[in-house]
Design a protein around this ligand. Structure first.
Ligand code: CTP
Length: 224
């Protein structure tokens, strides 16, 4: 550990932090779409922690029930992966640290219907096309003084896959969410993570509140 919590507090004041969070919603017709189980809670707690430390936080969020009120937070609401891509790439230009915790859809319907799809008796096929990988794009654009943090959620070969993502997407740090632990993951107030950085450090958190996990994550990032 290089810095203490107090050293880190002075490092962070006035810095621009970008945080993406929540799941995206990929429209099929005006009523339906494809989404995922991300609540955005972990991202909101991260925003709270960084705002309380005096950083200027730009929050880019998919559809969510969460609210945050802090004068250091500017919130941008987006719906789908394409909108999240545009806003995140735009905000990255002037940010010091980007933390992408959003659960972005990897696929989106090739075309959307303008009117509600009516039920028929035969099968319905919705063709999906890949979305753009926002994190990988930021990795390509990253300047030397910028820090890029990704999230990973794996069901198998967790550590190996997370390390591979860290390298391939040119990240400084990756936060691995474990689905194998009770009390961690979607829509629960607690979480347990493993944090890996590009220098090879690995940190395992205990099971604790998402706010406390956010504090851990912020300390690890600031030590970079
Ligand atoms: N991510 C992103 N843009 C996407 C998909 C994912 O920026 N279109 C980001 C997420 O915000 C997260 C990280 O990539 O920080 C990990 O997402 P994940 O879905 O686990 O990674 P993939 O590269 O999609 O790998 P795979 O699906 O093979 O596990």
């Amino acid at each position: 550990e290089k810095g203490t919590a107090d050293d880190n507090l002075s490092k962070i004041a006035g810095k621009n932090i970008l945080i993406s969070l929540g799941g995206t919603f990929e429209e099929i017709d005006p009523i339906r779409g494809i989404s995922n189980r991300s609540s955005g809670r972990m991202g909101f707690e991260l925003a709270r922690v960084f705002a309380e430390k005096g950083a200027e936080v730009s929050l880019i969020t998919g559809p969510t029930q969460q609210i945050i009120e802090h004068s250091n937070v500017i919130r941008y609401d987006v719906k789908n992966a394409a909108q999240m891509y545009d806003k995140t790439v735009e905000c990255f230009e002037n940010c010091d640290i980007a933390i992408l915790s959003a659960a972005v859809a990897d696929y989106t319907p090739k075309s959307t219907f303008d009117t509600k799809l009516k039920k028929k008796t035969d099968n319905l096929v919705v063709e999906l096309v890949p979305t753009k990988d926002i994190l990988a794009e930021l990795g390509r654009r990253k300047k030397e003084n910028q820090i890029l943090v990704g999230f990973a959620l794996e069901t198998d070969n967790e550590l190996e896959n997370a390390k591979e993502k860290l390298t391939r997407k040119k990240l400084d740090c990756i936060v691995l969410n474990s689905l194998n632990d009770q009390g961690a993951g979607f829509n629960v107030p607690t979480n347990k993570v493993t944090i890996l950085d590009a220098k090879g450090n690995i940190y395992n958190s205990d099971l604790k509140s998402k706010y406390e996990v956010a504090l851990d994550i912020s300390e690890k990032i600031l030590n970079l």
